[in-house]
Design a protein around this ligand. Structure first.
Ligand code: C2O
Ligand code: CU
Ligand code: CU
Length: 504
């Protein structure tokens, strides 16, 4: 049986996709016996590449992406990004060919103030076309960096817009139709940090790299020769090796005080259920597009691809201790059908080791009480309700596969809309919308958990779930250039689970 699946794994998946309901149902029943879960996961994983763990270089110091504030030229904040090929040492004695912005892999953290007039010059030296999308930012569609803002090899694309977003952590990554997954997997991703005076004065940790630490979490497969193995499996590539900021399960030294982590789930497909090895409480203070109203205490934080979260962790009583940041993936419920899980989806694993050293001089020792006010929309304000059905079979939304030449939805400028996203497939899909930040109204009819009651641009829609979100489409109308909405599992997006809307 195992052998058969190994040879024709794709057929096995398609059989389920096509709706082999009775077989699926019997597997669900059998899976109650637990052990079968493991057997099935073993079978599924057998068809995937795996890394010989002995050859990996692990436990390095966590790299901190360089902080880049740009250059002020004539009142504009100007950033230069160069997309290039590079190489990294992940495998003993070998070099891994990678892609990066201004470096070997990943990119600088771009920091700016709300209200800044920014210019981003993106030069493509990759040897093939790509794009760079400013994920989460509210801007004119022609500046969005989506599939329509193609940058040919050797060319420079100039994006210019005003930063209107709330202070939070955003990110940039390629978005070429059909190539996003490959380009991100090989290393193209970087962060934005937007600041303003109000947030700067909340007493939050803000010494970048010391008590304010970006964590870009990803997973990959490595070949013996050092190269990245990108299997391109259509249900989503989940690697067996965890990287943070481009280092394999690294070590971070933190001071014994309140520390802020800016988490970015930048995997192609993996959903992580973060927590600490001593099960300590931590506090989420920010979502994708801004601060929450008050810090939300948590012991677990589920983040799907594209989502960000700012959390505060109090290490004040932990000097000389060692704590692990982990993913408690075995505890996740109702995420994916058995066939779509891999071994790390059903087990707990380490993401990073944290060593606590002495506190700094100006240590933050207290958590802030209130953070921000969120101007919530009332459902009665909505001008329109739209429905979106996510389908696994051939990766469609409302029966359509992505077509660059088709506009799927037309939104009126300044309208408040409710988008109702239903997932009747066998996998969870992180649903992302460009241009706007939204608020989650309900998940399967219930209020979202407290830590999701802030501005979002990605929401995980679990299997069988209907999520309703509300947003206003203000400021930028352009009948000729669309924005995207899509599943942020990059292989699903590239496979066609993406649509286009214009604001007019
Ligand atoms: Cu993070 Cu449409 O992308
Ligand atoms: Cu985006
Ligand atoms: Cu998906």
């Amino acid at each position: 049986m195992a052998k058969m699946f190994r040879i024709s794994r794709r057929k096995f998946l398609i059989a389920f996709d096509g709706g082999s309901a009775s077989l699926l149902a019997s597997l669900f029943v059998l899976s109650r016996f637990g052990a079968l879960d493991r057997v099935i996961a073993g079978i599924v994983t057998a068809g995937r590449p795996s890394t010989n763990k002995e050859i990996l270089i692990t436990g390095q110091r966590l790299p901190i992406p360089e902080l880049e504030a740009g250059e002020m030229i004539g009142g504009q904040r100007v950033f230069d990004l160069r997309i290039q090929r590079g190489s990294m040492a992940f495998v003993t004695g070998k070099q891994t060919p990678t892609f990066g912005y201004n470096g070997e892999m990943l990119g600088p953290t771009l920091v700016m103030d709300k209200g800044d007039d920014v210019v981003l010059n993106v030069t493509n030296n990759l040897g093939e076309p790509t794009t760079t999308h400013w994920h989460g930012l509210h801007l004119p569609a022609v500046m969005d960096g989506g599939p329509h803002q193609r940058i040919e090899d050797g060319e420079t694309w100039r994006a210019n817009f005003t930063i209107l977003n709330e202070p939070a952590t955003y990110w940039y990554h390629p978005h070429l139709d059909g190539k996003t997954a490959d380009h991100v997997y090989h290393g193209l991703s970087g962060l934005f940090i937007i600041k303003d005076e109000v947030t700067d004065n909340l007493g939050l940790p803000q010494q970048y790299g010391i008590d304010d630490i970006p964590l870009i979490v990803q997973d990959k497969f490595f070949n013996e020769d050092g190269s990245l193995n990108y299997p391109g499996t259509s249900e989503g590539v989940k690697g067996d090796t965890i990287l943070v900021n481009g280092a394999i399960t690294p070590v971070l030294e933190v001071p014994a005080q309140v520390v802020q982590f800016r988490l970015l789930a930048a995997s192609n497909a993996r959903i992580c259920n973060f927590g600490f090895s001593d099960n300590r409480q931590f506090y989420q203070i920010g979502t994708d597009g801004g601060l929450l109203e008050t810090p939300v205490p948590l012991t677990r934080l589920l983040l799907s691809t594209g989502e960000r979260a700012e959390i505060l962790v109090d290490f004040g009583a932990d000097e000389n201790r060692e704590i692990k940041l982990r993913s408690y993936s075995s505890e996740r419920e109702n995420i994916d059908a058995i066939w779509a899980r891999d071994l790390l989806d059903i087990s707990d694993f380490d993401v990073m080791t944290i060593r606590v050293a002495a506190a700094t001089q100006d240590a933050v020792t207290r958590l802030p009480g209130s953070l921000a006010t969120i101007a919530r929309f009332d459902e009665s304000q909505a001008d329109t309700t739209r429905t979106f059905k996510l389908q696994m079979s051939s990766f469609r939304i409302n029966g359509e596969s992505m077509d660059m030449n088709r506009i799927d939805e037309t939104v009126k400028l300044d309208d408040v809309e409710i988008w109702e996203v239903t997932n009747s497939s066998e996998m969870s899909h992180p649903f992302h919308i460009h241009d706007i930040q939204f608020l989650i109204l309900t998940k399967n009819g219930s209020q979202p958990p407290n830590n999701e009651r802030g501005w979002k641009d990605v929401v995980l829609v679990k299997l069988g779930e209907t999520v309703r979100i509300i947003a206003q489409f203000s400021d930028f109308a352009d009948p000729d250039t669309p924005f995207m909405y899509h599943c942020h599992i990059l292989e699903h997006e590239d496979g066609g689970m993406m649509g286009q809307f214009v604001v007019v």
